[in-house]
Design a protein around this ligand. Sequence first.
Ligand code: F3S
Length: 101
Amino acid sequence: THVVTENCQACRFTDCVTVCPVACFHGDDERLYIDPEVCVDCSACISACPVGAIKEEFDLSDDEERWIEINASRAPDLPVIRSKQSPLPTAEARRSELGLN
Ligand code: F3S
């Protein structure tokens, strides 16, 4: 499955939802999570995210493995996000900090 990791926080760009064929993204006010029961592993979202927040679970570092459980447990309780929304006010600063713009 695919997993939304650390970099989504402070960004929430939501470009990922526009390429997802199965609407597997759910969100709270801070970030998005992928429902692993719905994700079909197409990988379209990986390159869509401006801050590289989405990874295939087998590509996660040891530090990032905790995100598997966080996505799986949070996603089902939150609304599905299907369309692009405004990024968080901190998004561009975070992208610069990561050297990704
Ligand atoms: Fe987050 Fe990237 Fe999507 S910042 S909302 S995973 S496009």
